[in-house]
Write a protein that binds this ligand. Sequence first.
Ligand SMILES: Nc1nc2c(ncn2[C@@H]2O[C@H](COP(=O)(O)OP(=O)(O)O)[C@@H](O)[C@H]2O)c(=O)[nH]1
Ligand SMILES: [Mg+2]
Length: 314
Amino acid sequence: MAEEKKGFFKRLVSGLAKTRDNIVSGIDSIFSGFSSIDEDFYEEIEEILVMGDIGINATTAIIENLKEQVAQQHIKDPQECKQLLLNSIKQQMEVDNTEYKFENQKSVVLVIGVNGVGKTTSVGKLAGKLKEQGKKVILAAADTFRAAAGEQLTQWANRAGVEIIGGQPGADPASVVYDAVAAAKARNADILLCDTAGRLHNKKNLMEELRKIYRILEKEYPEAYLETLVVLDGTTGQNALAQARQFAEVANVTGIILTKLDGTAKGGIAVAIQSELDIPVKYIGVGETIDDLQKFDAEEFVNALFNVSDQEEG
Ligand SMILES: Nc1nc2c(ncn2[C@@H]2O[C@H](COP(=O)(O)OP(=O)(O)O)[C@@H](O)[C@H]2O)c(=O)[nH]1
Ligand SMILES: [Mg+2]
């Protein structure tokens, strides 16, 4: 377990390389480039955080908090601010309801998000993870919009070694969910993972479709715990934040899966999401293989971003 954790930290560190180059090398040069703490110093940090997609509101709060700490602790040396900045970012990321309750009871996990963000891939990876934990998982291929979507999910089901319930292309997604619920009950499944189609361009349609699915779940499977995860593409930065906001308006979003954090400079968006929306990022995608989905830990994330291990902290 400790080994596994260490391995993941390393992967996280390398996955976040671009974000780190973007944010941290800039910040380090500020810490070493300034001899005193003044407005210019704060402004430069602010600029780098905003450029790193941490978001204006979160950045403002982080800087305010940093200023307070500096005043309270009578800090004069910019170098001493680094740990304070880290703590301030971590504090800003605090959210409620970070638990993974769906893992330990009968549950339905509905995965939503716009096209191409990584829904199907994430459902496949999550199926693999849960199966590994000894859970009985069933997949619902409720993206009946794209003809190839069912096939793509079938490949993931095979990789993960779990069962899949699908529908004909063009079939009503809610009817697929209905069939999948029946299968989950009949086979006494632990977790039903539903992949959906992403159509946000028409909010009214999306709301209708989601409402229909929710109605079926309430009626046919009231005993199941319901988790709704929005998948966001980490490479899209502030756009991802806007999408999360829109989905939160039409669904009771209980968590975020932030994908493609490998090779993007915009990983700071994880800070903005938790800080500005108060929705926990529950998983991050750091690659395309079945092992490239990991639970998100804000503390670990900020450490990886700044490349400090737990030991160095203090
Ligand atoms: N590098 C990388 N690629 C990803 C990740 N997650 C998904 N992808 C890729 O993004 C593309 C779209 O994924 P898909 O699951 O089909 O998106 P969907 O339309 O939301 O279902 C595929 O090529 C995936 O391999 C990730 O974490 N990292
Ligand atoms: Mg898909």
